[in-house]
Write a protein that binds this ligand. Sequence first.
Ligand code: ZN
Length: 417
Amino acid sequence: MEKNLRVDGKRLWDSLMEMARIGATEKGGVCRLALTDLDRESRDLFVRWCEEAGCSVTVDGIGNIFARRPGRNGALKPVVTGSHLDSQPTGGKFDGVYGVLAGLEVVRSLNDAGYETEAPIEVAVWTNEEGSRFAPATFGSGAFVGAFDLEKCLETKDIDGKSAREELERIGYLGPEPVGRHPIGAYFEAHIEQGPILEAEDKTIGVVTGGQGQRWYEITVTGQEAHAGPTPMARRRNALVGAARMIELVNRIGFDFQPDACATVGMILNRPNSRNVIPGQVWFTVDLRHPDEARLAGMNDALREGCREIAAAAALDWEIEEIWTLPPTPFDSACVDAVERGAQEAGYSYRRMVSGAGHDALYVSRVAPTGMIFVPCEDGISHNEIENAAPDDLEAGCNVLLAAMLERANVTADEAG
Ligand SMILES: [Zn+2]
C-alpha cells in the first residue's frame, strides 16, 4: 500500500506560496530574520497548520518546534524531518521552508490515506539556522546536540543589543521542553540544493551522503608601511603583495584537490588602505572544504607550507589562526539507502552527492541516523530573492521524503521487535 502513497504537490506548492507572503520582498524573496515578529508569524502559521493536521506541538528552551503525528507504537522514537523557517535578509522562498513544509505535506498525505505508521512521525523547525541576526548559524540544532553551549546561544545579542533569550520570550517561543532531550529515532531533511549540479546534470533528486568538512582560518601578513614615492621597489615589504600571492595560492589549492574541494578567501582588510602608502598589514579569511578528512588535512598542509614560502620570499611576517573546524559528516548509510530507494522506486533520476552548505541535518546526525534529500534550484542560486524551484521537483523530493520516512518507521519497528 505504501508504495502507492503520494504527496499532493499542489497543496505543498500552495503552502510554500502562502508562507512566502510572510516577510515577502519586492523582488519576490523573503526577509524573515530569526526571532523577529515575522519569524513569529511564520511559526504561528506552521503550528496552526500542524494542529489542524492533528499534530501535538512542543517547543524547547531554544525555540525548536516539534509537531508530532502519533504512531501505532508510542514507545518508539519518532522519525523526524524538518528544517528552518528563518531566512537571510535577502533570502528566497524555498531555503529551509521547503524542508519544513515538505514534512507537513508528508503528515497531511498520511492523514488523507488514513495511514498509521508504527513509529510517530514528527516535523521539526530548528531555530536560527541562517545565523544572519544571531551568530553562530544553526544554533537551534547545534545547541540541541550539544555542539554549542545553550546559555551562550541564549545570551547572543543582535546588532541592537537584544538577546536571543529576550526575543524568544517576546515572540512566545521560549518553550518548556529541555533542549536536547527530545528523542529522535531517525532524521531526514529535504532541501533545495543551493548549487548547480542537479540542474546541470538534469537529475531530479540529490541523495546526500554527508556534509563537507570545513576549516576556517584568519591570516595576518605584516610588512612595513612606507611612502609610495621615495621607497625603491627592491626595499619594499609590501604586505598586500604577499597577501595577493597567498590568495592566489588558496585558489590553486581548491583546484589541486579536486574533485569536491572548495577554497575561498572572502574577506580582506588592508592597512592603512591609502593610495600612496605601501600596505603594512593585511588580514584575510580562508575557508577550506572537502568531504574527505585526509584530503582536507592535505589542503591545510598546502596552505601553511605555501604561505610560509611566500612570506619568506617577500621578507614578510605572517600569522595563521585556525578559528573553526567542522569535520566531514558522513550520513547514516541505512538512511542514505532509504532516500536512494525512495528515488529509485518512484522512478526519479538521481545522483549521490555531498552537501556543500551547512544544514541542521549535519548537527542532528550527531545524535540520530540521518539522511538528506536535495532537489534542484534554478541556476543553483540561493540566499537570493530570485531563488526558484520547480513545483514538480519539489513534489518529487517530498515523495522521496515520504518513502524514506515510511521505510524508516518500519525499520524502527522491526528493530524494536
Ligand atoms: Zn537552509
